[in-house]
Design a protein around this ligand. Sequence first.
Ligand code: MN
Length: 308
Amino acid sequence: MSNLELDPREIRCGTDAGTDGEVLPGREVPLGGPRAMSVSRTLPGAHRRMIGAWCFVDAYGPQRAAMRVPPHPHTGLQTVSWLVEGEVLHLDSLGSRRHIRPGQLNLMTAGRGISHSEESPETVLHGVQLWVALPGEHRHVDPGFEHHPSLPVVSGPGFEATVVMGTLGGASSPATAYSPLVGAEITVDGAGRVPLSAGFEHGLLLDGTIEGLERGSMVYHAPGRDELRLAGRGRMLLIGGEPFGEEIVMWWNFVGRTHDEIAAFRAEWMDGLDSGTSAFGSVAGFDGPPLPAPVLPGTRLKPRGRVR
Ligand code: MN
């Protein structure tokens, strides 16, 4: 699995078969800690900030590491945790306690506010952590957590896809989504023709090393394509959705709409560290203190659209 034999020149879409997609390079980001993990971050990028409602894409592994992310808050988004290898324990302020294993989905809806931790023993970890921005009308929903142990699989010529979020090829994930989107793990063997929603923009995150593309890169395709043609063998993650029409402010673990709103989220979290109570609740069962928020930048945070 770790070696894709896909030829990037074969990554073509729909009628625009002669044009490669735009390549979004991954940035290596160290996550810190004693047996630190490093991730490849493709969203938000310097230019392209979102694909559909997907606003954050971290891919990691396979690497031997211990994940240890102390309790921290989120607002205005959903976190999508998907593993190819390993096991991670999720704890949150709703009292959820759930291991995630390969092929399962942990979906956490932050809505108006939640806090959680993630940890693993030292092991081989390989997976993604993704965020979906909630549209304005739903961003203050009650926080929630869903564990989906099995997900629908769609197959067609040369491919098999597990539908993690949203809809692909007529199959829909049972996971709660708040905007039209797709998230799927696709395995290609031969000449694959994967049906796409023409109204969606898409990103294809290749898993493994492939000639002509740096490890962790994503290939972006604009709306207007109804099919993804792939040739070779390998695994990839497809994300997509209707282009997100709102500008958002994304800072630390918060998604909001204005600088002042983010500053208020931060103050609420930091006050809670002192008082022991906050709107973000507390995470029981994690051995260690919660994460303090970084200092806000000296300039006001600006709302940004899907491209910069
Ligand atoms: Mn988190």
